[in-house]
Design a protein. Sequence first.
Length: 507
Amino acid sequence: MATCFWLRSCGARRLGSTFRGCRLHPRAGGLVPAPGPAPGPAQLRGYAGGLAGLSAALLRTDSFVGGRWLPAAATFPVQDPASGAALGMVADCGVSEARAAVRAAYEAFCSWREVSAKGKPLKEAHGEIFYSAFFLEWFSEEARRVYGDIIYTPAKDKRALVLKQPVGVAAVITPWNFPSAMITRKVGAAVAAGCTVVVKPAEDTPFSALALAELASQAGIPPGVYNVIPCSRKNAKEVGEAICTDPLVSKISFTGSTTTGKILLHHAANSVKRVSMELGGLAPFIVFDSANVDQAVAGALASKFRNTGQTCVCSNRFLVQRGIHDAFVKAFAEAMEKNLHVGNGFEEGTTQGPLINEKAVEKVEKHVNDAVSKGATIVTGGKRHHLGKNFFEPTLLSNVTQDMLCTHEETFGPLAPVIKFDTEEEAIAIANATDVGLAGYFYSQDPAQIWRVAEQLEVGMVGINEGLISSVECPFGGVKQSGLGREGSKYGIDEYLELKYVCYGGL
């Protein structure tokens, strides 16, 4: 939740200086006016030090529909995973609120399309806000480059051209692990293309979506262009179904589990809606004998333990060639013990915060216990952390085999299992032996091998001697059951545009 708490202090300055083309300009008091406390402020507890100087206007708890803050008949609590304390009570929207949001978005689309062109460490939360802002900056400029085509035809009395037009209302369903960036990566592209959006944020982290609604309102975004309908886990299924089956919705963009993605694809199929799906991964991290061990260890730390291992592109399986295996495992364990510090995300020096809830901890624990029961060795970590029920020690396992759960289920936590291999062909076979393919990483100093492996890995994104690959300018997405479409980059805006062929005759 640190992400939304620090939105104004970190992101506002960046927004104010770079978004003038999007009508986000500095005004009295900083980026925007400083109004008094808004209706329904979140009741925040236990973070007085961390929230110093926070604008109360950004802490909203009602839904945001048609440019208005609307309460729901019920509310649900949002909890801090570190302490278990309730951060606030948020509007628990249902089907009626979802339908109202879709209609508000559709009404706004009729005019907008004509417009021209969670508990993570505080340091990581700051970084996400800048990353989120960069998506808005990128797509505000990319909107200028939505070009059509003139097509040559042999008929002298005809001309042919291709137009790009917004698809319409987009339903955006986002996860809890990057509650700001996952919204701006989708919404930035959609709004720049001329679409309007209805956002259903994850129930664990709704405050970021609501803070963005407040900023959008203050920046002058017209009512109905950006709508937010938070809801509890109890209502999530019916609300998601309502917005995804509504005939006024033309596009669905979802980031989350493959299982949920398949359900939404079924809803979309009934009315043949456009979809973007960023689903689960099982990223391999391959270290070949020619690799620089120190470089590989640094990449492994960054790739595996960012956000306490709770990202879809986190390395889930470490494949290390026999000749370098022992040196890598030793160096990796030492680096983990030296650099990874578990604690409350607001505490100085913390690099590993809590997992999102106890269910997530139980999954990590299950994977560790299963691996150990089948012969794996705990090199470091291996158990729950004494700080509380949602904390788990950063864990490294060796002697891992392919029959263990951690090699074919996404852990989504601070667990690094190491599998030993002998040949390049064996590593590729292990890496590709899965029905998902989001990201993959490998370390090698052999140029020929680099090209071979990069082409043979069945993933949508590859990091070569690099553990962090996400960038605003580059396309993000996977193959197999890891999803459909791409986000970010110049390709991201195309997901919200339709091609229209126009034949002009009688010339």
